[in-house]
Design a protein around this ligand. Structure first.
Ligand SMILES: C[S@@+](CC[C@H](N)C(=O)[O-])C[C@H]1O[C@@H](n2cnc3c(N)ncnc32)[C@H](O)[C@@H]1O
Length: 484
């Protein structure tokens, strides 16, 4: 690729903001893209980035899920007058750059951020650009080139300025991968469960994990395989494991309220086939993560996972301790091993230790850590001397709880031992306990309070002379009488 540095407008969706920079850095690293970032406020939906060539811009767009579109920058200013002056100036000075587009059919799109304008106003804005030397036909359906005029009115909807903070104009180079979010939507997914990860976050995780064509990817808490679907979509060969036999065999209770029983072929494999990447499926196995079955020397390019939090699924491990109880089982009876609670602390210790051993150097572990917001400190993040934390993005779950997407990269050092692992969370911390018991008001208390409120309302209504009808028939008669 030859270098011909140009500036581009990167237009991001204003969603999952805390993941934007992490995803940008990951894709840059994945493809080794040469770039220079020109603006600092990463919360703005429009970034100006210089890429060494257009192929780099297109490569970036081929992976980014946060990106809506990318435009070659032709004009930018903080006020309208200087914007038009600069754009006219750049057309004159960079005349031969405009040449390839002059005869082509075209379309100009107007976008105003944080301010709604009418179609008529949009047309008026296009008319202010009449000095553009386009000679081709206007084609709104299938133009050969598409241009975008953008006015950015800040991020605060309660303080919209009268004049835009930024005015930008550029040529559409490529769209990001937002369409994949719809394509992989859980709504139409063959096999889903209560904790299936939504398509957008799964794709962001796979980008964080730098999954590339031909990579070997493992999800050790695979559930319905949502993360494997996204990894396979970007070319990974995928493997999963889960302790739940019923889930992996598609025998657990259906999660869709409209569905009574699971279809016979509901499986992780069917999900991959649904999206045309069945050839990327290796297998899923029933396995307890606390007792990993992988032999020494097996290496993965990436480990992506959403471990159980104990809220919508149980956190269990197979108990291996021998008890002193007499064994009353006869040979022909099936053996159901007993299980015990798998604490989140222990699970993370195991996960980091496992990743330190089984990731290739430079490979990434991407996983979620849930916590109660009041408890969060940076010391809470599990650390391992063989793994460098390269991403830490928050997704609020409720007023009280959040989870963080943690990205670790395996360092180039010799095999670690457990002494190098540090986990700051005190042993008494249990997210599940905190979630159910330590909220200012427990679920039961809330139910009781609501019932009391309803009772007070009922007594008040009776005092006002309202007739309370418990009997269904009487209620029907009353309704009928209203229409007679
Ligand atoms: C949050 S869910 C993962 C959901 C998954 N990402 C999906 O999209 O369906 C966590 C999974 O971990 C599994 N699990 C719980 N304890 C486990 C253990 N000790 N070993 C392996 N899997 C376990 C649960 O059965 C559950 O399917």
């Amino acid at each position: 690729m030859t270098n011909s540095w140009k500036k581009y407008i990167l237009w991001f969706a204003q969603e999952h903001l805390d993941f934007r920079v992490a995803e940008f850095n990951s894709i840059i690293k994945l493809f080794g893209l040469k770039h220079r970032k020109l603006n600092d406020n990463t919360l703005k939906p429009f970034w100006i980035v210089e890429f060494a060539n257009e192929e780099s811009a297109i490569k970036f767009a081929s992976r980014s899920v946060s990106l809506r579109s990318i435009y070659e920058l032709w004009g930018h200013s903080n006020n309208l007058k200087s914007f038009h002056e600069k754009l006219q100036d750049s057309i004159k000075t960079k005349e031969n750059l405009m040449d390839p587009y002059i005869q082509k059919s075209f379309k100009i799109v107007v976008e105003t951020y944080n301010k709604h304008i009418s179609q008529k106003e949009k047309v008026e804005k296009i008319e202010t650009l009449e000095y553009l030397p386009f000679q081709g036909e206007v084609d709104l359906k299938t133009p050969q080139t598409e241009w975008c005029y953008i006015e950015f009115y800040g991020l605060d909807p309660t303080a919209v300025p009268s004049e835009p903070d930024d005015i930008l104009f550029g040529r559409l180079v490529a769209n990001g991968q937002r369409d994949l979010i719809k394509e992989l939507s859980l709504k139409k997914r063959k096999f889903i469960g209560n904790t299936s990860m939504d398509a957008q976050l799964s794709l962001l995780m796979v980008n964080q994990a730098l999954v590339n064509n031909g990579d070997l990817v493992l999800d050790p808490f695979v559930g319905t395989g949502s993360l494997l679907v996204s990894a396979a979509k970007f070319g990974g060969y995928v493997l999963g494991a889960d302790i739940d036999f019923m889930m992996l065999h598609g025998r657990s209770r259906p999660s869709r309220i409209t569905q009574k029983v699971r279809e016979r072929d509901e499986r992780v494999r069917a999900n991959l086939e649904q999206y045309g990447c069945g050839d990327r499926y290796i297998d899923v196995i029933i396995s307890d993560f606390s007792n990993p079955l992988w032999r020494q020397g097996v290496e993965f390019d990436a480990i992506i996972t959403d471990p159980p939090y104990g809220i919508r699924e149980s956190t269990e491990k197979v108990e291996s301790k021998t008890t002193s109880k007499q064994n009353t089982r006869s040979k022909d009876m099936p053996h159901y091993p007993s299980t015990s609670h798998y604490s989140l602390q222990q699970l993370y210790v195991d996960l980091l230790q496992f990743s330190a051993h089984h990731l290739k150097v430079g490979g990434r572990l991407v996983c979620w850590l849930p916590y109660h917001r009041d408890d969060y400190t940076s010391e809470m993040i599990p650390q391992h001397s063989s793994l460098v934390l390269v991403g830490n993005s928050e997704q609020p779950l409720s007023g009280l709880t959040s989870r963080r997407l943690l990205t670790y990269e395996k360092r180039d050092i010799n095999a670690p031992d457990s002494a190098q692992l540090s986990y700051q969370l005190s042993n008494s911390y249990d997210f599940r306990d905190r979630y159910f018991n330590n909220a200012p008001e427990s679920r039961t208390e809330r139910r009781m309070r609501k019932a009391e409120q309803r009772e007070i309302g009922r007594i008040e209504a009776l005092k006002r002379g309202k007739v309370i009808i418990d009997n269904k028939e009487a209620k029907n008669n009353l309704n009928k009488s209203r229409f007679q």
